[in-house]
Design a protein around this ligand. Sequence first.
Ligand SMILES: Cc1ncc(C[n+]2csc(CCOP(=O)(O)OP(=O)(O)O)c2C)c(N)n1
Ligand code: SF4
Ligand SMILES: [Mg+2]
Length: 409
Amino acid sequence: MSTEIEKFKAGSPMADVLRMDRMPHIWCPGCGIGSEVNSFAEAVKRSGVDPKKIVVVSGIGCTGRVAGYVNFDSIHTTHGRAIPVATGVKLANPELTVVVFSGEGDLAGIGGNHLIHAARRNMDLIVICNNNFTYGMTGGQVTPTTPGTAMASTTPYGNYEYPFSLPLLMDACGATYIARWTSMHSRNVTQSIEEALARKGFSFIEIISPCPTLYLRRNRLGDGVDQLQNYQDNSILKHGADTRETVIDYQGKIVVGKFVERNKPTYLEASDKCAIKLIGDDYQLYGKTIPEREAEEKAEKERVAARRAATLAEEAAQEAAAAAKPKGAVAPKAAAKAPAKKAAAPRKAAAPAKKAAAPAKKTATKPAKKAAAKAPVKKAAAKAPAKAVKKPTAKTAAKTKAAAKKTRK
Ligand SMILES: Cc1ncc(C[n+]2csc(CCOP(=O)(O)OP(=O)(O)O)c2C)c(N)n1
Ligand code: SF4
Ligand SMILES: [Mg+2]
């Protein structure tokens, strides 16, 4: 049995990006964090960024555990302090790609002050915020994003505070890249993280995500899959939306998309400029002049582009080979890595969100195809701004009605 588990771990396509020796993870069934980590790992693999130059920083909370599962240098720091620690890492070694992966309570509650100032300074960080509307790890207290009227352990008669819309907050603070998805939009999450990995400046990616154990149960909203259905029914894709339109009401519409992408000097670029004015061309940071750093950066960019092209070519070849195989055959990627057929089963069962968002492939099972047909397609997302992701069908409308009945009165 344990040998089978070991084989499964070793055969995982994510074995080089995730610390498989630490699996199984602590997250509850139906929790959105797992699929987000998968999207992140996928994005890193595709980006071409040198894994040795990535650092992941998390604060405390269920989402904070991400730092412990990724196979990069990582820091699981104190509650609310992920951004200052990440800022320190970046300033100490500007060649690193620094990613903060944490919960909305950690980032916008206790760490809110750090978040707004990092965005204001255009600090060169990628912040991935898992927003499940609750302090998951500590028992379901109200957070700065909990929608009005929602139940929390600290608002047993319904939330009466006004919540933050994080994209609106980040926009007001000057963040240079802002996107929001739900954990159902796995492919869009991957795409946004890839974009953030390829750019400079402060990137903020919010992922609305189910916490079945505390938020959904307390609000009688069903399980993780029910919430994914809610995301499917209520997401409105609107790239470039005015961030004032991104407020989320209780079980209401969720505007998703890439809202902001703008360029302005990063904190380090601005401080370089100031130092050059004062000191002149002799100015050095960590023993390197600006032209030296720029030359190194250019060379690294070329290496990243080459690695990315090689990864994408390999993916395309695998997809072509899978498409050429008879229906139901195992794709070469999986076949090459998965040592035993049996070993692949637990991962399929444990990844409902990924299943829902995966595009229909020849090798997909029937239910996966059905789910994929319902899920918004990446291409459509990129081409069709200001378009609803999906209109509810009679079936989903009936389901939503039934869910509404179940919901607290
Ligand atoms: C200084 C401090 N205050 C409070 C706590 C308790 N605490 C741990 S995790 C957490 C909430 C985390 O919520 P969130 O960031 O939304 O993460 P989630 O668990 O929902 O993923 C709190 C209040 C702590 N660890 N340290
Ligand atoms: S308590 Fe909520 S946020 Fe934490 S692992 Fe469970 S479902 Fe996820
Ligand atoms: Mg939370």
